[in-house]
Design a protein around this ligand. Structure first.
Ligand code: FAD
Ligand code: NAP
Length: 327
C-alpha cells in the first residue's frame, strides 16, 4: 500500500528557487517537504564556475547547490529524493503522486520545477543522443579529449559550454544561426580570444552524420541560412545549447500558462491561477532566468504560502466562532 504524507507546504523542485523556498518556509515553522526530482540541485549542477552569485566571486555550480541543500536541511526542511509524477490541483488539500508510490497531500504547493534543455528536433540528433550528441558539457565533455567538437547556440549557455569544452577538445566550432550572440559581453570577449575556438555565423545544423556500428558522431552538415550552401564540419561531439523550456508538464492542463509554457503568476507575486498554488524560478520566468532571480522568487513563494495559510487559519477560526456566536 502506498504511504500518504500530509504537509502544509509541498515544494516541488530542488534548484535555487526550491531550496530558497524551503529555507524560508522552514523558518516560518511550516515544516515543508521538498521533493528533489530527477536533477537534485537543478540546472546549476550541469555547469562549472558561477561568477554572478552574490557573495562568491567564483563558485562551482554543483558546490553551490550542495550548500543550498545543506542550508535548507539545517533550517528543518525535509528533503526527499523522489519525482512527482502527477499533481491534482482541483481540490484542497492538493494531491501529488510520486515515483516511489508515496502520495503527498498539501495545503499549499510551491512549484519550482525550473526548465529543461531544448533540442533541435532532428531525427539524426535523436539517433546520436548519448553517442556524441549531448546537452551538457560538464557531464560529457570529458569523453571528447583531443576531439573536434561543435557547439550550437548563441546564448550564455552555448558560450560557456564552448569555453569549457576547450579544456578537452582540440578544436571547438560554435555554430550560430545569426551574426550576433546573446551571451554577456565578457563571455563573448573570452570566446573570441580563445585560440581553440572558431565561430560559424549564419548557419544551422541540418544533419548529424555518423557511424551505426558502433554508433558515433563523425561530422555535422551545416546549412548557410542565407544561401542554403552546405558545409560539412568534422566533429566527434555535438553539444546543443539552444536554451531551455519550462518544465510545466505537471500543471499544463491545470494552471494558466503563457509565453510558450511558462506558469503565469500575478504581477509582483508568485500566486498562480489556483489559490494556494505558487510558482517560482525559471518555471515562471521567460525573461531573467538566473540563479539569483530564481532564489528571490523562491523566497517570495514561501512568504506568499505563509500568508495564504495564515489567512486560511484566520478564516477557519472565524467560521468556527460563528455558530457559537449565534447560540
Ligand atoms: P532549476 O535549477 O531548473 O531546478 C528545477 C528542479 O526541479 C530540479 O531540481 C528538478 O529535479 C526539479 N523537478 C523538475 N520536475 C520535477 C518533478 N516532476 N518532481 C520533482 N522535482 C522536479 N544562472 C546564473 O545566475 N549564473 C550562471 O552562471 C548560470 N549558469 C548556467 C549554466 C548552465 C549550463 C545552465 C543550463 C543554466 C545556468 N544558469 C545560470 C541559469 C540557472 O541555472 C537557472 O536560472 C536556475 O537554476 C533556475 O533555478 P530553478 O530553481 O528555477 O530551477
Ligand atoms: P538563450 O539565452 O535563450 O539562448 C538560446 C540561443 O540558442 C540563442 O542564441 C538562440 O538563437 C539559439 N537557438 C534557439 N533555438 C535554436 C534553434 N532551433 N536552432 C539554432 N539556434 C537556436 O538560452 P541559454 O543560453 O540557455 O540561457 C538561458 C538563460 O540562462 C539566460 O537567461 C541566460 O542568461 C542564463 N544563463 C546565464 C549564465 C550566466 O550568467 N553566466 C550562463 C548560462 C545561462 P537566437 O539568438 O537567434 O535567438
Amino acid at each position: 500500500m502506498s504511504e500518504i504524507r500530509h504537509t502544509r507546504v509541498l515544494i516541488i523542485g530542488s534548484g535555487p528557487a526550491g531550496y530558497t523556498a524551503a529555507v524560508y518556509a522552514s523558518r516560518a515553522m511550516l515544516n515543508p517537504i521538498l521533493v528533489q526530482g530527477l536533477e537534485p540541485g537543478g540546472q546549476l549542477t550541469t555547469t562549472t564556475e558561477v561568477e554572478n552569485w552574490p557573495g562568491d566571486t567564483h563558485v562551482m555550480g554543483p558546490d553551490l547547490m550542495v550548500r543550498m541543500e545543506a542550508h535548507a536541511r539545517a533550517m528543518g526542511a525535509e528533503i526527499i529524493q523522489d519525482i512527482i509524477t502527477k499533481l491534482d490541483l482541483s481540490n484542497r488539500p492538493f494531491t501529488a503522486q510520486s515515483d516511489s508510490g508515496t502520495v503527498y497531500t498539501a495545503d499549499t504547493v510551491i512549484l519550482a520545477t525550473g526548465a529543461r534543455a531544448k533540442w533541435l528536433g532532428l531525427a539524426s540528433e535523436e539517433k546520436f543522443k548519448g553517442f556524441g550528441v549531448s546537452a551538457c558539457a560538464t557531464c560529457d565533455g570529458f569523453f571528447y579529449r583531443g576531439a573536434d567538437i561543435v557547439v550550437v547556440g548563441g546564448g550564455n549557455t552555448a558560450v560557456e559550454e564552448a569555453l569549457f569544452l576547450t579544456n578537452f577538445a582540440s578544436k571547438v566550432t560554435l555554430i550560430h544561426r545569426r551574426d550576433t550572440l546573446r551571451a554577456e559581453k565578457i563571455m563573448q570577449d573570452r570566446l573570441f580570444k580563445h585560440p581553440k575556438v572558431s565561430v560559424l555565423w549564419h548557419h544551422e545544423i541540418e544533419e548529424v552524420v555518423g557511424a551505426d556500428n558502433p554508433p558515433g558522431v563523425e561530422a555535422v552538415r551545416a546549412r548557410d541560412v542565407r544561401s542554403g550552401a552546405i558545409t560539412e564540419i568534422p566533429a566527434r561531439g555535438v553539444f546543443i545549447a539552444i536554451g531551455h523550456a519550462p518544465a510545466s508538464d505537471l500543471v499544463k492542463d491545470q494552471l494558466e500558462l503563457h509565453h510558450g509554457g511558462y506558469v503565469k503568476v500575478k504581477s509582483g507575486s508568485t500566486e498562480t491561477s489556483i489559490p494556494g498554488v505558487f510558482a517560482a524560478g525559471d518555471l515562471t520566468d521567460h525573461v531573467y532566468r538566473q540563479a539569483v532571480t530564481s532564489a528571490g522568487m523562491g523566497c517570495m513563494a514561501a512568504l506568499d504560502a505563509e500568508e495564504f495559510l495564515a489567512a486560511q487559519e484566520a478564516q477557519g477560526a472565524t467560521n468556527a466562532l460563528a455558530p457559537a456566536a449565534a447560540e
